[in-house]
Design a binder for this molecule. Structure first.
Ligand SMILES: [Zn+2]
Ligand SMILES: [Zn+2]
Length: 480
C-alpha cells in the first residue's frame, strides 16, 4: 500500500458489470486520503493521481467526506495528463463544493467539466482544502472507468456566437447598453442553465450578459449548442469568476479553451500573472466584492498590475462602503480602474438586474462593450427599467461625460445631471475623493451647478427621493 507523506492510500480495483464488446468493462477504484488543518495551511490544493487506461470511454469521479456541520468543505477539480503548473491546459473541470459526483465521456460531461476524448495516462483529482475541521477529515474518492463504444458525435465548434463580433441583431449605433457582468449557472453554483439565464436577463430588459461561473468556462458548450435559440437573446459574453483562496475576480471576454487559473494564494505573490493571462486572451480582469462577507471572498492579494475594474456594488442591498472607499483610493492615485456593479446572480428570488451596468458603446458586440468598460464609460444602476442618467462637465467650451477627460481651469466648470426617473432625488458630487454639498434634482430630474475643477477626477452618486442609492457614475478625469 503506497504512503505519501503520512497520507494513507487504499486502492481497490475490480472489473464490474461488463458492457457489450470485446474490450468493454468498468474498472473501479477507491482512494481514501486524510487531511489536517496543517495540510491545508501547507498546500491549499492537493492532487490525487490515478491512471486512466487506453480505451477508456467514460470516467466517473465521486467523493464523500464528513462535513461536520459545515466545518469541512472540500472542493473538487480534475486534470487530464499534463503539467499541473499555473495556467495549464490540462485542467479538465472544476465544481468547487457544489457536486459530489462528476462524469465525463466523449460527448457529454457534468456541467463544469469538459467533454471529449479521455487520454490514457496519469490524471489527477484536485481537492481544494477550503475548510478542514481541527480533527481532520477523511476524503473517500471512488473513480470508475468504462471501456465501451466511444461517443462519435462531434463537439460544437467555433465562437460562442456565429455573429461575433460585429453582427449581433441588436446593434444599432452608439448608445448606453444595459448588462449583467456577474451571473452564475448550473456550471457552478447557480440554479439555471445559460439559456435560462439569458432569457431571464432578456425579460429584465438587459442587452448583454457576462456569464461568470466559478473557475470554469464550460457554459460555453451550452451556448454553442443553443446558438440558434440565442438569436434574439441578450449578447452573451464568456467569462469566469476566478475564485482564488483569498479573493474573487471576474474575467470577461474568453473564448474556446481559454480559462484563467485560480490556484494562487496571497503569499504566492503571483496574482499579476492572472491579470496578464486574462489580457493575453483579450479579456478584462475585475476584482469582485473586495470587501466580502464569506470566508475567502475579500481581496487579500496585492492589487494586481493592469487591473481593469472592480465591483463597488455587489447584490441588491446597495453599494458596499468599504469597496467604494478602496475604489476612491485607487482613483486618487490616478489609477483608472472602472467601478462596476453586479447582482452576482445565482437563483430566484434575487433580481438579476440589481444592480447592473450601463455601458456607453458604439455597438452591441463583445469587443465594443469590453473596450467601453476598460475606458470607464460605465454607470452602475440599481434598476434596468430606469432611464440612463446623463452626467456632463463643461469647461472652456468643451463638454465631457462619464469616462471622458476635461482640462482643469481657473474659471468655474458647469456640472449637469439629468435623471428623469429620479425627480427630487439627491446628487452627491465627489471631487478627487472630497464630497461637495448635495444637490437636489428638480421636478424634471435635473441639476446644474458650477465648481472650479483642479486636476484629478469628478464622479457622481445619485440617490432616489426615498434616500436609497440609485446610480453611481464613473469619473470624468480632469487633466492639468
Ligand atoms: Zn465571488
Ligand atoms: Zn459570484
Amino acid at each position: 500500500m503506497p504512503r505519501v507523506r503520512g497520507i494513507s492510500l487504499v486502492l481497490a480495483s475490480a472489473l464490474l458489470a461488463p458492457l457489450p464488446g470485446p474490450e468493454a468493462g468498468r474498472d473501479c477504484q477507491t482512494i481514501v486520503r486524510r487531511y489536517t488543518p496543517a495540510d491545508r495551511d501547507r498546500e491549499r490544493y492537493t492532487y490525487v493521481p490515478f491512471d486512466v487506461s487506453a480505451g477508456t470511454t467514460a470516467l466517473r469521479v465521486q467523493y464523500t467526506y464528513d462535513r461536520e456541520g459545515g466545518r469541512n468543505t472540500i472542493d473538487l477539480g480534475l486534470f487530464e495528463p499534463g503539467p499541473l503548473t499555473l495556467g495549464t491546459s490540462a485542467m479538465r473541470g472544476y465544481s468547487g463544493g457544489s457536486k459530489s459526483e462528476v462524469t465525463l465521456d466523449g460527448c457529454t460531461a457534468t456541467p463544469g467539466y469538459r467533454a471529449g476524448p479521455l487520454p490514457a495516462g496519469r490524471w489527477h483529482v484536485m481537492l481544494g482544502l477550503y475548510q478542514v475541521a481541527p480533527a481532520g477529515v477523511d476524503v473517500t474518492l471512488t473513480i470508475s472507468q468504462t471501456r465501451g463504444t466511444p461517443c462519435a458525435r462531434p463537439r460544437a465548434a467555433g465562437s460562442v456566437l456565429g455573429t461575433r463580433p460585429d453582427q449581433h441583431p441588436l446593434s444599432d449605433g452608439p448608445r448606453w447598453w444595459s448588462g449583467a457582468l456577474h451571473v452564475h449557472t448550473v456550471h457552478s453554483d447557480g440554479a439555471e442553465t445559460p439559456l435560462q439565464v439569458l432569457r431571464r436577463a432578456e425579460a429584465a430588459g438587459l442587452d448583454f450578459v457576462a456569464i461568470t461561473d466559478h473557475n470554469n468556462t464550460t457554459h460555453r458548450d451550452d451556448l454553442l449548442r443553443d446558438r440558434r435559440s440565442l438569436a434574439s437573446a441578450p449578447l452573451p459574453i464568456l467569462g469566469e469568476e476566478v475564485t482564488t483562496p483569498a479573493g474573487h475576480a471576474n474575467v470577461w471576454g474568453l473564448d474556446g479553451g481559454e480559462w484563467v487559473d485560480f490556484r494562487v494564494r496571497p503569499q504566492d505573490r503571483r496574482i499579476s500573472e492572472l491579470t496578464a493571462a486574462a489580457h493575453r486572451f483579450g479579456a478584462l480582469f475585475s476584482i469582485n466584492h473586495p470587501v466580502g462577507e464569506c470566508a475567502g471572498c475579500s481581496w487579500e492579494h496585492d492589487w494586481p498590475d493592469g487591473l481593469d475594474a472592480m465591483e463597488i456594488w455587489n447584490g441588491s442591498r446597495g453599494p458596499q462602503d468599504g469597496a467604494v472607499q478602496l475604489w476612491d483610493r485607487l482613483l486618487r492615485q490616478g489609477q483608472r480602474v472602472t467601478g462596476v456593479g453586479a447582482s452576482d446572480w445565482h437563483r430566484e428570488p434575487d433580481p438579476i438586474d440589481r444592480p447592473h451596468v450601463r455601458v456607453l458603446a458604439s455597438r452591441l458586440d463583445e469587443r465594443a462593450i469590453l473596450e467601453a468598460i476598460r475606458r470607464g464609460r460605465v454607470i452602475v444602476m440599481r434598476d434596468a427599467r430606469d432611464e440612463t442618467p446623463h452626467f456632463t462637465v463643461t469647461s472652456g467650451g468643451r463638454t465631457a461625460t462619464v469616462g471622458g477627460t476635461i482640462r482643469a481651469g481657473t474659471a468655474p466648470a458647469t456640472l449637469e445631471v439629468v435623471a428623469a426617473g429620479l425627480v427630487a432625488g439627491r446628487v452627491v458630487t465627489i471631487l478627487s475623493g472630497v464630497k461637495l454639498p448635495d444637490v437636489v434634482l428638480d421636478e424634471r430630474g435635473r441639476a446644474r451647478y458650477e465648481h472650479v475643477l483642479k486636476p484629478g477626477f469628478v464622479r457622481w452618486e445619485v440617490f432616489a427621493a426615498d434616500g436609497t442609492p440609485a446610480a453611481i457614475a464613473n469619473p470624468v478625469w480632469v487633466t492639468p
